[in-house]
Design a protein around this ligand. Sequence first.
Ligand code: SAH
Ligand code: SF4
Ligand code: F3S
Length: 439
Amino acid sequence: MSVVQHVYIETFGCQMNRSDSEHLLGLLEEIGYQPTSDIKAADLMILNTCAIRGGAEDKVYSYLGAWQKVKSKRPGTLIAVGGCVAQDTAAALVKRAPGVDIVFGTHNLHRLPELIALTKETGAAVVEVMQEPVDDLPETPVLRLNSVSAWVSIILGCNYNCTYCIVPYVRGRERSRQPQSIIQEVEKLAEAGFKDVTLLGQNVTAYGHDLEPRIHLGHLLMQLGVQDKIKRLRFITSHPRDLSTEIIDTVATTATACEYFHLPIQSGADNILRRMARGYSVDFYRRLVDEIRQRIPQAAITTDLIVGFPGETDAEFMDTVSFVEEIGFDSCNTAAYSPRPHTPASNWDQQVPAAVSSERLRYLNSVVTEVAHRRNKELVGRTAEVLVEGRSVRNPDRLTGRTRTNKVVNFPGPEQLVGSIVDVRIEAANAWALRGDLI
Ligand code: SAH
Ligand code: SF4
Ligand code: F3S
């Protein structure tokens, strides 16, 4: 009998990375590792990294520096680094962070148990990063950290080549999972008591375009909608070019498909969108939002925005600000442009000085917050259907949950309500969350 070992995992980046971490914990559980939230008790520490911006990458090395110190007090502890920085940096990562024992990439998560065995056997660092995804991805076990809401990856990779983005380089080309395998996974989740499923993909709206026969996300939503134990279905992230009328219609007609669209626009200026190679104009996006709102008036629409893209003028930046006000986004993720390796825009002239970008970011954030606050205030006095997910971390007297439109609602109530859908009267709103009382 082997003794129980403990694994501590830290995850940066998108939901896809978070979902990958749950799969890593599932794989490790099979070989006797239990998760721990106490880093000092860990026999294995995993950093699941993100490379989207320079800042995210820098954070990796500062964490590894700190972990190295923990490791020095607990000889025999292993440090493994996976995710997008590991995929990009591979062996160079061990040179830069010498305490690292294992480096694995985004295409070979399932190999972690073998890599652990290998480093234990040889006592040397192991680096295994694959340039291409394996043809037939094995179904990996999973240890889900939430008992109400689950993530299900349905398409990996991205076939776009936005000129600023490292994702296609670190995640590869698009590969859709077979619908049957997704349906089975969702049925298992329903049996296990999950109520809410978010379908994941870097470009989730391209789902099925590479399958034979070719299908689209609407087909999959329709099939998943038959499962009535799962009360809520969402999908992220949509690409404006691929969010078709058929998909919007399916959301409108599938009872469990939620009125929520995360639809990154990136910039409100056509010239910048063209240089970003996004493949749509501001007006195209505007018409898409009109279509969503005509079909689903209560829909929440959220977005991602980049400021300080190479060549962005003050006027172009102000076009982004006006567009946020015009559309009235429910929330926006904002970031200053960060030059990334393997991307054309990083070599262009006309890089915007950091001081200008950060000033633009500050101003945009103030507008984004004001607009989100305005949208949330419209809900005060109304009743919202809230799926209760647990106790609020900030205020343990309150429960926390989300509306169908993905807004966080905090309210007083008993623990037994976790996992159920309740009616909450909204009493107050800030830009990030709502507060209410049970009806
Ligand atoms: N596939 C999604 C999102 C991918 S990454 C899409 O197409 O929209 C998540 C967000 O990170 C992007 O929407 C973008 O706003 C931001 N991002 C990506 N690369 C960036 C970079 N080099 N600098 C700053 N932000 C970036
Ligand atoms: Fe990156 Fe563009 Fe692909 Fe999104 S669509 S992941 S921004 S390349
Ligand atoms: Fe980051 Fe990789 Fe996701 S770069 S945003 S963790 S796909």
